[in-house]
Design a protein around this ligand. Structure first.
Ligand SMILES: [Zn+2]
Length: 50
């Protein structure tokens, strides 16, 4: 078993880095990678980043 060490999953908003302690985090997928985004940044993502 010589698998490369996987980076620990960081539960923090991928936009503002807020953690689940600060706000509600939602789990999503981006380019087949699991991502977290908080409810405050979600509308921004829905409307598209600048
Ligand atoms: Zn956020």
């Amino acid at each position: 078993m010589s698998s490369t060490p996987e980076p620990k999953e960081v539960k923090a908003c991928m936009v503002c880095k807020a953690t689940g302690d600060d706000r509600v985090l939602l789990c999503g997928e981006h380019r087949e990678k699991k991502v977290w985004v908080c409810v405050r940044c979600l509308p921004m993502l829905i409307h598209g980043e600048h």
